[in-house]
Design a protein around this ligand. Structure first.
Ligand code: ATP
Length: 307
């Protein structure tokens, strides 16, 4: 490929951080070919932590840092940009080669070649980055009954139902679960507290209320859906209703910048962009309109039904 020293002056330097294990791991040749044609240096990652490190290093060397992977890879690459304090002058490109590719879908990137095209020709937006316990996330965090089950959720179900697949998988486990304590601090409003079985916190992704899963990712707010303390059978019903686009009785929705969740007494599993972490207390925040991101044609800044 073209070496950076051969580039004419003023050519932006481009690095693609590639997770060779994402998805079905069959994309290596295509990624290298397209990257070469379009002037990217490809750096392959070796582990989850290596994604963060390689993206952080790339951000100090390049103007465009693209990540080829699934949601877990993209989130970690953004953590790398944060570590390098590089949001101001780095364009972040998305090349979807994962299983679900939820984030790519929500920003209008539909495939590998399209991902490269969007970096060159897409509108450049500045989007929010969510924070959970000071760690950046892109899509969503799920705490409660469903998070533990999410690791077992089939990729196909994940793609079809999104977050609801977790609820449905959980329903199969039929086990007791202590409530979560949730404290929401809406801007300019009194804080409010409630108990919940499941809390969904979305940034680029919303808990469907009208069937649409793209969240508003430029409003500085997280979309919170609280599923209250209902019996497991009610929970299944609620999940199905929500999947059908109906608002369900036990689902309360909020938009807020700040939120705290106390897990039930001891550390528990939560799902952060599909990866399982173990925590006992969650504090959320938002870096508003921070990440420079080229988006595809179907991206909508304020999608209907994303509340
Ligand atoms: N060589 C590697 N480099 C980086 N990560 C790797 C590697 N091998 C395995 N992994 C694992 O890949 C995970 C990230 O996978 P990723 O989310 O990109 O793909 P996916 O799960 O197929 O897609 P999606 O999240 O969109 O469903 C990391 O959490 C890490 O544990």
């Amino acid at each position: 490929m073209t070496s950076p020293v051969d580039d004419p002056p003023g050519t932006p330097r481009r690095i693609l951080v590639h997770n060779p294990a994402s998805g079905d791991a069959s994309h290596g040749d295509q990624i290298r070919r397209l990257a070469d044609e379009r002037g990217y240096e490809v750096r392959e990652t070796e582990s989850a932590e290596d994604i963060v490190e390689q993206a952080a290093t790339a951000a100090t060397e390049a103007d465009v840092v693209a990540a080829a992977g699934g949601d877990g890879t993209l989130t970690r690459a953004v953590r790398g940009l944060a570590r390098a304090d590089a949001f101001e002058d780095t364009l972040f490109g998305v090349v979807p080669v994962g299983t679900g590719n939820n984030f790519a879908g929500n920003v209008g990137v539909t495939g590998i070649e399209h991902g490269f095209d969007v970096i060159d020709h897409g509108d450049r937006r500045r989007i929010d980055v969510g924070l959970v316990n000071e760690t950046p996330f892109l899509n969503s965090v799920v705490a409660g009954l469903t998070a533990e089950a999410s690791a077992d959720t089939e990729p196909e179900a994940k793609e079809r139902w999104g977050t609801l697949a977790y609820a449905m998988t959980t329903a199969e486990t039929l086990r007791e679960f202590d409530n979560l304590r949730v404290r929401i601090e809406p801007d300019g409003d009194e804080p409010l507290s409630c108990d919940a079985k499941i809390v969904f916190v979305g940034n680029a992704r919303s808990f469907p209320s009208t069937g649409r899963t793209q969240g508003n990712v430029e409003d500085g707010l997280l979309e919170v859906a609280v599923i209250e303390d209902v019996s497991t059978l009610d929970l299944i019903e609620e999940s199905l209703q929500a999947a059908l686009g109906n608002d369900a009785e036990h689902v309360s929705r909020f938009e807020t910048r700040r939120l705290e969740i106390e897990l039930s007494g001891e550390p528990d599993d939560i799902s952060v962009d599909g990866e399982i972490l173990t925590e006992s207390h969650l504090t959320f925040d938002v870096w508003e309109r921070t990440l420079w991101l080229p988006v595809g044609e179907t991206y909508e800044p304020s999608p209907q039904g994303s509340r």
